[in-house]
Ligand binder design. Structure first.
Ligand SMILES: Nc1nc2c(c(=O)[nH]1)N[C@@H](CN(C=O)c1ccc(C(=O)N[C@@H](CCC(=O)O)C(=O)O)cc1)CN2
Length: 293
């Protein structure tokens, strides 16, 4: 058996096509959505993700505003940039690209975001709304990677209700909010959130119908950990250097042999990453649409 590929590029492209129609409608009502990004430092991964976010905005008709600060930026500089983004009229939603360089307190910076402009759903008020299970008109933006994972599964009709999900990694942008999302009414999965102190991780993973690997350990998840037919989402990515060619290679958390056992597998790259970006655009559009309610 070879797993069905959960194609993030094609699915994100379908999401973006739908968003173009909604942005056109907003513009017809005089509302121009604008995404701001705040990047601190010169991490190549973060630079590439931010560049991708601006390209996506141009594709769907969202304006984008970029603030890049050098690695030497102080906490006062970051606070000042956040203040500018909170007050900017063009910026209807924004993100602080994570991780911030060592020495910056990420949680303290996230708390400074105006929750109404939080395009990542990572402000405590919005995470709190996710915990409270507030949906509908007052729902908060969902963190982009968890939302992208669920959307990818949905669009491939992978059953979620009542299924056992094992998430590897309890980070802020993926594991913790994903556990909350999967257990929401309507999705109704049973989630095990694992981490570096989990005892016998392979045995936990063997029970799962859906496995999400988000730790950044190359090829951690092995084929003999996977229940035949399970859906496997490879989220963590590491930039390794090929010892022969000397070129950088992006390597996911899931070993390629998993494709022979799983029912569905998201590649990495070209799986969850593009969905993360598409969900960000969706959050910006949704926030702008609130102005029409
Ligand atoms: N403020 C945030 N910071 C971070 C988040 C987040 O959701 N909000 N998530 C990750 C990084 N991330 C988004 O910012 C992200 C990761 C991957 C991709 C992506 O498209 N990846 C491509 C490969 C691109 C490459 O590395 O060359 C793929 O998977 O095909 C987009 C966004 C941490 N920080």
């Amino acid at each position: 058996m070879t797993a069905i590929t959960l194609d993030g590029v094609a699915t994100a492209s379908a999401v973006k096509t739908e968003l173009i129609a909604r942005v056109t409608e907003l513009r017809a009502h005089g509302i121009v959505p604008g995404l701001g990004t705040l990047l601190v430092g010169d991490d190549p991964g973060s630079r590439s993700y931010v560049a991708g976010k601006h390209r996506d905005c141009a594709e769907v008709g969202i304006e984008s505003i970029r603030i890049d600060l050098p690695a030497s930026a102080t906490t006062a500089d970051v606070r000042a940039a956040i203040k500018d983004l909170n007050s900017s009229r063009e910026v209807t939603g924004y993100i602080i690209q994570l991780p911030l360089p060592v020495g910056h307190n990420e949680n303290a910076m996230l708390e400074l975001i105006d929750p109404a402009k939080d395009a990542d759903g990572l402000h405590p008020t919005n995470l709190g709304r996710l915990v409270l299970g507030i949906e509908g008109k007052l729902s908060s933006p969902l963190p982009c990677t968890p939302a992208g994972i669920v959307e990818l599964l949905r669009r491939y009709d992978v059953p979620i209700v009542g299924r056992k999900v094992v998430v590897i990694g309890r980070g802020l942008t993926v594991g913790r909010p994903l556990g909350l999302l999967f257990t929401r009414k309507g999705l109704d999965a049973t989630v095990t959130l694992t981490h570096s102190r989990t005892v016998d991780l392979p045995e936990e993973v063997r029970r799962a119908d859906i496995v999400v690997a988000a730790v950044g350990v190359p090829h951690l998840v092995q084929a003999d950990w996977i229940k035949p037919g399970a859906a496997v989402l490879d989220v963590g990515i590491t930039r390794l250097v090929d010892p022969v060619t000397g070129k950088g290679v992006l390597t996911g958390d899931v070993h390629p042999d998993v494709a022979e056992v799983a029912g569905y597998l998201s590649p990495n790259p070209r799986g969850v990453g593009p969905m993360t970006r598409a969900m960000l655009l969706g959050n910006v559009v949704k926030a702008a649409e609130r102005a029409l309610l």
